[in-house]
Write a protein that binds this ligand. Structure first.
Ligand code: DGP
Length: 116
């Protein structure tokens, strides 16, 4: 497993920073976003440090799939039968601010398209 001691999400994985964890597996961790944009807003991350989704898919493709398995289980736990949105912000134009890949799982309200 790769880790970056400067990375805030690696520090959450290590238990150095508290988080409201809703799901975990051997390869993934999921916790509620500090600045929720929907009634359910969970970040699903790999335990290993990769800067973005493409790097994860190349480095640990099975773990990339595990993120989607986790999202399905969390959506069921959160009662999101009406649907939910999965988002990977990638790079500056997409407003990525934390460079440890994270899947946003958003649900519990109706959403607009296109996104802002
Ligand atoms: P993004 O803009 O896609 O890089 O999203 C980063 C998200 O991470 C943003 O919605 C806020 C959230 N976030 C940042 N720091 C922390 C933290 O320390 N704990 C938690 N739970 N969420 C955080």
């Amino acid at each position: 497993m790769t880790a970056d001691p400067e990375c805030i999400f690696c520090r959450i994985v290590a238990g150095e920073i508290p988080a409201d964890v809703v799901h975990e597996s051997a390869t993934t961790l999921a916790f509620r976003d500090l600045m929720p944009q929907a009634p359910t807003h969970v970040l699903v991350i790999p335990r290993s440090h990769y800067p973005n989704a493409a790097a994860l898919a190349t480095g640990e493709p099975a773990t990339a799939a595990h993120l989607f398995d986790a999202a399905r289980e969390i959506a069921a736990d959160e009662g999101l039968e009406n649907g939910y949105r999965l988002v990977f912000n990638t790079g500056a134009d997409a407003h990525q601010t934390v460079f440890h890949v994270h899947m946003h799982l958003l649900g519990g309200r109706s959403m607009d398209w296109p996104p802002g």
